[in-house]
Design a protein around this ligand. Structure first.
Ligand code: CU
Length: 648
């Protein structure tokens, strides 16, 4: 334990500031249940596959703030309800203000897709599959007769247009051996056999048994001294202390730090959401991003054998926010930490508080700037620091940390930390191209982690536009006789169809979000630039089911005109959706985006060929993107940062 401060856990009562974008409180979830029950929508067989805030449209929120106390927007909740007996799935929006059901749409699962996986689907699947005679026979053929030692993963099924799967709410189930309650099951995959399970009929309707590979035996239990060896004893403590406390303030959900200001939100589906991010400059509050979140991610696997269907939309199918961890001071976070609890709903729509779900703190981040001047002899340096807002979630085998960083110089970064257990398979030996051998006979198939950031930009107001900026060397010519010229090529993206772009590291490609109303003192539009990492986009063949379902991941950049209904890049109902929803559908109207209220959607993330060093637990891998002010300020905005010590 290296922390010196006592954690401050901010509880729900403290955060209920009455702002229209505040997360749903426990009382509100309960009040919403009363409205739904009164409407006859909650018979005992109904479960909540999602339950959260239906945010008011942007113009209503802005109007409320412009002339308080103008009419406060209607407080609305959205619920995805599924009847476990009939399978009937519905999307319901209710008003807490008027205590009424506003809209209710019953889904046609064959066309609309299925609602997300429920908490109860995990236990129900394991229990039922273990009883299935055909699956048991497949296990017995592999010498696995004690089914109590087999753990099962209910995995989202995708959509392959098969008649026996059409409209059926289902999961595909892979098995792992767990010899005792401490055994690390991911070490022991049972490959070649999958149970296809109907979640409504609660039965296995098909067992696929394609091949046999020995179940790998080597233990991966990294907590076992026999596996990890003795712990090191030569790491001296590092202590982080802020004797005067942190430099930020939290007023309800309003977070202020240095010149930054934003509201903190949390949603069962998206996890952390940031709202109304602005920066004060010369006494003037300048809006930057109305809403920032990571509303989708997909993890498609690249092994074409019987696990070809493996692709998890952790956000749209499993709801990453719902699986948020309770963070521990001194372990997950060190230093002067402020925690916020998150309140989500369980399968019954009852509130469940995740203690310490959101972590807020400041970090020293090395040098901000430094110069020794050879003419004056002056030597000055300043320390950079950043405000960190984060949460961590565990979806099945993987653990993901979502981090937003705000820097003194106006830079914003989003970073995802990927860690946890690789999803494993048997390894057939030899140079099998689609999987790495990470322990004897244990394979870790290649996969991608593709995240989609939704950035509802408001750079100095609602009227924004996007320019693609490439850089290249110019050929020798009359204006470039020595061939040293380097220039930017700037392309204005004026329509949605034109703004479906790929990153290009060879051209240093960036995207600049400019204000079409405000210029800087050089007469050029004020702007913020998105710096992508330029890793591969979706690698699945364009004709594949996956390419249709994860259409958003085909491009690194999309720009759409703001529409409050367009929130999820793979569509509202991702689970078993046949494809085409989300961003590809959003842009079919090919709206004009020049000088409009626009939303940027950015796809990023690693293509992961696992290494032996990623096993048995993976050191954190990182991915993300950066937003930097580009002529947003007139000069370096940090000249007023004081030296950090008297001797500096
Ligand atoms: Cu990975």
């Amino acid at each position: 334990m290296t922390e010196t401060a006592v954690p401050k856990s901010v509880h729900e009562a403290d955060t209920a500031s009455g702002h229209p974008l505040d997360p749903v409180s426990a009382q509100e979830y309960q009040a919403g249940r009363v409205v739904l029950a009164a409407a006859g929508l909650l018979p005992p067989s109904v479960r909540f596959a999602y339950y959260g805030l239906e945010e008011p449209p942007k113009d209503e929120v802005i109007a409320t703030e412009a002339t308080p106390p103008a009419q406060v927007p209607d407080r609305r909740l959205r619920a995805f309800l599924i009847d476990l007996d009939s399978g009937e799935s519905s999307d319901v929006v209710i008003s807490l203000t008027s205590q009424s059901v506003l809209t209710r749409r019953v889904l046609d699962p064959a066309a609309d897709g299925q609602l997300p996986i429920l908490d109860c689907d995990f236990a129900a699947t394991e229990e039922a599959v273990r009883q299935d005679p055909q699956w048991r026979a497949a296990m017995a053929r592999r010498g696995l007769t004690d089914v109590s030692k087999i753990r099962l993963c209910p995995l989202t099924a995708g959509s392959f247009g098969r008649p026996d799967e059409q409209g059926r709410r289902m999961v595909r189930v892979l098995a792992f051996v767990q010899a005792d309650s401490r055994d690390y099951a991911w070490s022991h995959p049972v490959d070649g056999v999958a149970a296809y399970f109907d979640l409504i009929e609660r039965r296995v309707f098909s067992v696929v048994d394609e091949f046999e590979l020995p179940v790998p035996e080597e233990s991966g239990d990294y907590e076992d001294p026999a596996v990890r060896g003795p712990l090191r004893t030569d790491l001296k403590p590092i202590e982080i202390s802020q004797p005067d406390g942190p430099s930020f303030t939290l007023d309800g959900t309003l977070l202020s730090w240095q010149n930054w200001s934003m509201r903190i939100g949390f949603d069962a589906r998206e996890g952390l959401t940031l709202h109304q991010i602005s920066i004060t400059d010369g006494g003037r509050e300048r809006p930057l991003i109305y809403r920032a979140s990571i509303p989708e991610m997909v993890v498609p696997y690249g092994d074409p054998r019987f696990r070809y269907w493996q692709a998890y939309f952790d956000t749209g199918e499993y709801l990453v926010g719902k699986w948020a961890n309770s963070l521990e001071l001194g372990c997950d976070c060190v230093g002067e930490i402020t925690y916020l609890d998150a309140t989500v709903a369980d399968d019954l729509g009852a509130p469940r508080v995740i203690k310490n779900a959101i972590c807020i703190h400041e970090e020293d981040f090395g040098l901000l700037w430094k110069h020794f001047d050879i003419f004056t002899g002056s030597s000055e340096s300043r320390r950079q620091r950043r405000l960190v807002i984060s949460f961590f979630t565990t979806v099945g085998n993987y653990d993901y940390g979502f981090y937003w960083y705000f820097y003194l110089d106006g830079t914003i970064e989003c970073e995802i930390k990927l860690t946890g257990a690789l999803f494993t398979a048997g390894h057939p030996g030899g140079d099998y191209p689609y999987s790495a051998e990470v322990a004897p006979g244990l394979g870790a198939p290649v996969h991608q982690h593709l995240f989609s950031a939704r950035l509802d930009m408001t750079v100095d107001g609602l009227a924004n536009a996007v320019e693609e900026v490439d850089v290249s060397g110019l050929p020798v010519g009359p204006d470039n006789p020595y061939g040293n010229a380097i220039a930017q090529q700037v392309t204005r993206l004026t329509r949605e169809s034109q703004a479906t772009r790929r990153a290009d590291g060879s051209r240093g490609r960036t995207w600049r979000v400019i204000s079409t109303e405000h210029a800087n003192r050089y007469g050029r539009p004020v702007s913020y630039t998105l710096y992508p990492e330029a890793a591969p986009a979706l690698l699945a063949d364009p004709s594949s089911s996956l390419a249709a379902r994860a259409g958003f991941a085909a491009n690194h950049l999309w720009v759409t005109r703001y529409d409050p209904a367009q929130r999820y890049p793979a569509g509202d109902f991702v689970n078993q959706h046949a494809g085409g929803a989300g961003l590809p559908a959003f842009i079919t109207g090919d709206r004009a985006i020049d000088g409009a209220d626009i939303v940027l959607w950015h796809t990023f993330g690693p293509t992961h060929f696992p290494r032996p060093e990623d096993w048995p637990v993976m050191p954190v891998a990182r991915c993300g993107f950066t937003l930097k002010p580009t002529g947003f300020f007139s000069r370096n905005p940090t000249l007023d940062i004081p030296p950090s010590g008297k001797h500096c």
